[in-house]
Design a protein around this ligand. Structure first.
Ligand code: PNS
Length: 167
């Protein structure tokens, strides 16, 4: 497949409608996107990598220009290996900015120091306002406490959350 490729990386523990909103916006800009779950994590996660990947694959199976993968090691190595020109990240609020800024600049440094012939840029996209306060963390907490997350995740994610968190 040809065309500009971007990587949309994350923990996706689990995928939310906010992530899918960013993905849809990304497809207006890039020809192809790989939504990629990182295998090297510092956070305690609820879903395993294969479980998260399977939820991502389900979510994108009808989108012909999107693939779901997992990656090991540095994001920049993976992006160069895939021939991506950009990294997509969602920015919800100012509170996201500091971490994202640090990560983008570190990634730029890594990209410039690689032996690749092109630099990988980070592109920030804003989700719809209705997802400004949405996060995987909150979705897990609300489900754990018996709340309804129907409007915030696809049906199959809601089902997976309930199965995982049932006592
Ligand atoms: O959804 P998250 O947890 O905000 O995603 C963070 C993620 C996975 C994009 C970031 O931790 C990452 O890129 N991890 C891969 C390892 C890496 O390249 N680390 C250096 C980043 S500057």
């Amino acid at each position: 497949m040809k065309g500009n490729l971007a990587i949309y990386p994350g923990s996706f523990d689990p995928l939310t409608n906010g992530h899918l909103d960013i993905l849809t916006r990304g497809l207006e800009i890039f020809d192809r996107i790989i939504i990629a779950v990182s295998e090297s994590e510092h956070k305690q996660s609820l879903f395993t990598i294969p479980e998260r990947l399977s939820l991502l694959q389900k979510a994108v199976q009808s989108k012909k220009n999107v693939a779901a993968e997992s990656f090991h090691g540095l994001l920049m190595d993976y992006a160069h290996h895939k021939g991506a020109i950009a990294i997509i990240r969602g920015l919800r609020a100012i509170s996201d900015f500091e971490y994202e800024f640090q990560m983008a600049l570190m990634n730029r440094h890594l990209s410039q120091n690689s032996h690749s012939d092109h630099e990988v840029e980070t592109i920030f996209l804003m989700p719809d306002e209705k997802y400004t306060y949405l996060s995987s963390t909150l979705v897990k907490e609300v489900t754990r406490l018996g709340g309804d997350v129907k409007n915030f995740v696809p049906d199959f994610v809601e089902k997976a959350l309930k199965e995982k968190l049932k006592k």
